[in-house]
Design a protein around this ligand. Structure first.
Ligand code: ADP
Length: 278
């Protein structure tokens, strides 16, 4: 049973239809127990992905400010070997980045074979913040939905497994989290007046997200809506979706490893035979 809402390609998303506090009937204790096993399995699957070297994994995290993108990365991928995993954050573009097409900075950091890359924000900002604040004209950002679909299609055809998560929080939860940052010393570094300013555009962002989720959920790169008001459920749901997506590849990766192992052994045996004195 899926624990995130998979956006059917071609469907029209209305975020108000999804409850950010939804927990799919799972109790916190049970979710946390299952989560621990899932996090371990993600570590194992990543190791196989790396060793087999035939696929790449791209995880894209989007969500309103305070929706928990950083926390999701820390928790869900916390056990993964840093050698095989890389996180990329997308900030306001530099002058050099702006001088190129919007995908230029993104394509450069997509995962190579065997790699896992996690995008903390992504090329979707170019149809979100850019749209909300009219940073380019509509005739420019409107084309981007198709361009994004084409781009992700290219990645998928090059054996990239793509998972896109929208962390869905409520406006009330965002307010609580922003206020909590003011209260807690260890969270105060995250404080930003900009977050309160952006909050005034909440409805515009929700509309922009709805269109991005509706236009850019494809077979090759589906969007998953994650109820994210409860952090324990968010972590569990994301981890569960990652494992469900990767498990079907496991046999194929193990078979590839066995083949590579056999070839290496054969090569070693041949080397030993040829270096034997007559
Ligand atoms: P975060 O909120 O992800 O922890 P920051 O506070 O540095 O990190 O926020 C990054 C900012 O960069 C966000 O406000 C985001 O909207 C902005 N940003 C990212 N990509 C773009 C883009 N293509 N154009 C304009 N702004 C962008």
């Amino acid at each position: 049973m899926p624990h995130t809402f998979n956006v059917e390609p071609g469907s029209k998303v209305k975020l108000a239809d999804y409850d950010p506090r939804h927990t799919n009937g799972i109790e916190r204790a049970q979710a946390e127990t299952e989560f621990a096993a899932l996090a371990q399995e993600i570590d194992d699957l990543q190791e196989l992905l790396y060793a087999a070297g035939s696929h790449s994994l791209l995880v894209i995290l989007q969500g309103m400010d305070t929706s928990g993108k950083d926390g999701t990365i820390r928790n869900v991928f916390g056990l993964v070997d840093p050698l095989g995993c890389r996180t990329e954050s997308f900030k306001v573009p530099t002058a050099e980045e702006l001088a190129h097409d919007f995908l230029w900075r993104v394509h450069k950091v997509t995962p190579g074979r065997g790699e896992l890359a996690i995008f903390n924000r992504s090329h979707y900002e170019d149809v979100l913040v850019v749209r909300v604040h009219n940073l380019v004209s509509e005739s420019v950002w409107r084309k981007r939905y198709r361009q994004i679909n084409d781009f992700e299609h290219v990645l998928a055809e090059a054996n990239t497994i793509i998972l896109k998560f929208y962390l869905h929080i409520s406006k009330e939860e965002q307010e609580e989290r922003l206020l909590a940052r003011e209260q807690e010393v260890e969270k105060a570094w995250k404080l930003s007046a900009g977050d309160w300013k952006e909050r005034q555009f909440w409805d515009d962002y929700q509309r922009a997200y709805e269109e991005a989720l509706s236009q850019c959920s494809t077979e090759a790169a589906p969007w998953h809506i994650v109820p994210a008001d409860r952090k324990w459920y968010r972590n569990f749901a994301v981890a569960h979706t990652v494992v469900q997506t990767l498990r079907p590849y496991k046999e194929q990766w193990l078979a590839k490893l066995a083949k590579v192992g056999d070839e290496a052994k054969a090569e070693l045996a041949a080397m030993r035979t040829s270096s034997q004195p007559e």
